[in-house]
Each structure stands twice: as structure tokens, then as C-alpha cells.
Design a protein around this ligand. Structure first.
Ligand code: ZN
Length: 203
């Protein structure tokens, strides 16, 4: 099972981190040991002083495919959930400054929080999905998949150019603006189209 993540997929988020708008999706990966399920608490690792939340819509790949053309891409995913791409922003900045890979900042243990999966409905495919992150009861991020620079089908197309997709692979589709730090004692909740799919504590 593989975990793909798309970076800079919302213009407002690319802007808030002073990153250019990409002309093709930014792709990176996390190992299976990054997953954190079942609303288990997230423990802030000792190697970072600045972990940020990034709430994202996550697709589950439903069948094997390679070099998938955009017009067939919608056949390759059928479940959707919310996830958090936890990022050690201080480490990421150091890696970016030196032009080094950023796995240490993005792919560490439990950096990929995942909620319960739901069937992706026809209505969601047509009208998009809205989602929200609440920290300690306050709204911090508001997303709408209609604002993605690369939609689900584009993402499947681009990722499958380089990597064979297999059933069960997960794709984090990028975060909207509003990313920010967490601290011990925070409670994070994620809502997709109004349904709470994430609710866990920071320790
Ligand atoms: Zn992200």
C-alpha cells in the first residue's frame, strides 16, 4: 500500500507559503508507517518545534492502473475521506533551503492521519466536496474541491504516469489555505460536507 500526497493544489495555500503556482501537480509519498487511524491521539515528535496541520481530501484507489488517461481516471477511485498531512514546518524549511528531499518533515511516523472512508457519490463528483478543520472549536481551514488546481482525475492521470496505482493506495489531494501550528492539548476535528470524520487529540 502506498500513500501519495499532492502539494500546492490550492492557489491560496501556495501563496500563503510563498510558493509558486505549479504547472503540474507536486507529488510526494509517505510510507505506510505514517498512517494514524481511528482517531488515535497524535504525539508531537521531539525533533520538531513547529508541526502544522494540513487538512486534505483523501482518495482511495479502487483498482490497479498505470498511465491512466484523464477520461478514464474516475473509474480508479470510489471512496473518499479526510486526512491530515502533518508537516514539521521547521524541518521542511531547512530541507527546502538546502534543496534537499523533505521526507523527514512530511513522512515521519503518524504524519498521515486518516478518517473513516465514505462512498464517493455522483453528487460529490459533480458538485465537489467542502471540508473544514476545527481546532479547539474554532474554524481554521475551509476547503472546496472545486478550487483545486488539479482535480481528482488530473491527479490520477499524473500520479499514474510515474507509479502503478494499486487497490488500497491513498492519495492526499492537497490542503487549502489556513495551515497552522498545533500544540499539546489541542483537539482537531475534520468535517466533510458537514459530517465529522476526524476528532482526535494532540499530546
Ligand atoms: Zn499537504
Amino acid at each position: 500500500m502506498k500513500i501519495f500526497c499532492i502539494g500546492r493544489n490550492y492557489a491560496a495555500h501556495a501563496k500563503e507559503l510563498n510558493n509558486p503556482i505549479p504547472d503540474e501537480p507536486v507529488i510526494f509519498m509517505k510510507p505506510p508507517t505514517a498512517l494514524l487511524k481511528d482517531n488515535q491521539a497524535f504525539y508531537i515528535p521531539e525533533f520538531t518545534q513547529d508541526v502544522h496541520y494540513e487538512l486534505e481530501i483523501v482518495l482511495r484507489v479502487s483498482k490497479k492502473g498505470k498511465a491512466i488517461e484523464p477520461q478514464y481516471a474516475s473509474r480508479y477511485y470510489d471512496m473518499v475521506s479526510l486526512g491530515i498531512d502533518f508537516t514539521a514546518r521547521d524541518i521542511q524549511q531547512k530541507c527546502k533551503d538546502k534543496g534537499l528531499p523533505w521526507e523527514k518533515a512530511k513522512a515521519f511516523d503518524h504524519s498521515a492521519v486518516i478518517g473513516t472512508f465514505q462512498q464517493l457519490t455522483e453528487e460529490m463528483r459533480e458538485n465537489g466536496i467542502t471540508f473544514e478543520l476545527h481546532k479547539n472549536g474554532q474554524i481554521k481551514q475551509k476547503g472546496d474541491t472545486k478550487l483545486m488546481l488539479f482535480n481528482f482525475d488530473d491527479i490520477i492521470h499524473h500520479v499514474s504516469k510515474y507509479f502503478t496505482l494499486q487497490e488500497g493506495d491513498l492519495i492526499y489531494t492537497g490542503t487549502p489555505a489556513g495551515v497552522g501550528p498545533i500544540e499539546m492539548g489541542d483537539q482537531l476535528k475534520g468535517y466533510m460536507n458537514g459530517n465529522k470524520l476526524l476528532d482526535f487529540k494532540i499530546k
